[in-house]
Design a protein around this ligand. Structure first.
Ligand code: PSV
Ligand code: MN
Ligand code: MN
Length: 426
């Protein structure tokens, strides 16, 4: 299934006049406020978000899985799905693979396919939260943190293998998310678990090529419910520092206890030059992995404010690896990802509209009311015509979701792949 450019343009034609009208209105208003519209469009066009291979099928819950129809069953088909997203949005130009789910059969062919779609290979993810069918040992009692040296060695070796696979594809980073932890007090010694983890991560870091980065993800709970070895940003930060300059903390929006001030964590990590990766999703309670911006759009905007600010101010922080980390069992996964991509760009655009100069002035005067006015003025701006303009200028769709539906993409995928296909993933 391919999005034909001529059909896309046909769809665009029906909506282009409305877009031009809406765009001129916002652009005129913002220009009067001193916004550089061309610069803003350029930044939107440059912003590429990796799609995780596991988000292309319907995700499971702890209680079961309702598959979605026409899911991709091979890495090739997953890349094709991302190709669909990228053609429509022009902002999904990367894929993040999860090994062993996505081991390529033919490296040259898969690279060629990705290239054809304009997709690069972003961070590769390792998996030590499941036992593989041919495994000699089990991760039941932990992986990189295990008390058993041989289990730790197996987990380190797996991560090294993932790096080698990523290397062949042109990836430049490894993301480690550890499920290691305990369900009951007294189950394991905290200090030994942490020391073992540090030691294992250092070994993996040592195996990475010199131009690679290591991203260390944290999460307070789940799958373990009493303790998690890398439970918070402080632990991740500490481990990253222990590994070296090219090790960073990765913030996943869903990996915080309710009401955590994520924007402040972002600011602190960027100040220290240690924020390396970012996983977008939304949640009400925990690691819900819901559509970006569907529950707390204002929080996302405040987080983006710190990200934009940090990208400007903290040159000590590297360029970030952006990824959507979501997975559903209800929506069409591609429609969901289109919604997430739009929400990300929307928040990014709004954050770029914040009048930072006036904000600092109001802050220095202690004018709290004005500070809030400045933030909310940006947040309340309807930036959707700017996003549409940015992608249309690159050949994307005026309205990706509308076009996806008008083209009956899912039905075509079902016709090609069959109805009851199941993608590998979470
Ligand atoms: C598990 O919480 C998780 O959602 C992490 O966020 C990882 O990034 C992802 O799975 C893939 O391993
Ligand atoms: Mn994640
Ligand atoms: Mn997660």
């Amino acid at each position: 299934m391919e999005i034909r450019k001529d059909i896309l343009q046909e769809q665009n034609k029906k909506q282009i006049q409305d877009l031009e009208d809406d765009f001129s209105r916002v652009a005129e208003k913002l220009t009067k406020k001193g916004v550089n519209i061309q610069g803003l469009l350029q930044r939107l066009q440059d912003f590429q978000v990796a799609i995780p291979s596991w988000a292309l099928g319907a995700g499971g819950t702890r209680f079961g899985r309702f598959g979605f129809y026409g899911e991709p069953t091979s890495l090739e088909e997953k890349i094709d799905d991302i190709g669909i997203l990228h053609t429509l949005t022009k902002t999904a130009g990367a894929v993040s693979l999860h090994i062993p789910w996505d081991i390529p059969n033919d490296y040259a062919a898969i690279k060629e396919k990705a290239k054809d779609h304009g997709i690069i290979f972003d961070a590769v993810n390792s998996n030590t939260f499941q036992d593989q069918s041919n495994a000699q040992l089990s991760y039941r009692h932990g992986s990189l943190s295990s008390m058993d040296k041989e289990v730790r060695q197996m987990a380190v070796q797996h991560n090294n293998d993932v790096v080698d696979i990523g290397e062949k594809l042109g990836s430049k980073s490894l993301t480690v998310w550890l499920a290691d932890g305990t369900n009951f007090p007294g189950q394991r010694d905290f200090q030994s678990s942490l020391l073992n983890t540090e030691d294992s991560l250092k070994k993996i870091y040592g195996h990475m090529p010199d131009d690679w980065k290591l991203f260390i993800e944290y999460k307070p709970y789940e799958p373990n419910f009493y303790s998690t070895v890398i439970q918070d940003w402080g632990t991740s930060f500490m481990l990253a520092n222990a590994c070296g300059d090219r090790a960073y903390t990765l913030v996943d929006l869903g990996h915080h206890l309710p009401n955590t001030n994520i924007e402040q964590i972002v600011a602190t990590l960027m100040l220290k030059g240690k924020l390396g990766g970012f996983h977008f999703n939304d949640s009400k309670y925990g690691d819900d992995d819901l559509t970006v911006g569907s529950i707390k759009p204002y929080s996302l905007f405040l987080i983006f404010n710190e990200l934009v600010n940090g990208m400007e101010r903290n040159k000590q922080n590297p360029e970030l690896a952006w990824m959507i980390d979501a997975s559903h069992n209800i929506k069409d996964p591609l429609e969901d990802l289109l919604q997430s991509l739009e929400a990300i760009q929307e928040s990014y655009a709004k954050a770029m509209l914040i009048d930072q100069e006036s904000l600092s002035e109001a802050q220095s005067k202690g004018d709290v009311v004005q500070c809030q006015e400045i933030l909310q003025d940006a947040f309340r701006t309807d930036v959707r015509p700017l996003l549409a303009k940015a992608r249309v200028d690159l050949g994307g769709a005026v309205n990706p979701l509308k076009t996806y539906r008008a083209m009956e993409v899912r039905n075509k995928l079902i016709a090609e792949r069959g109805k009851h296909t199941v993608a590998t993933g979470l």
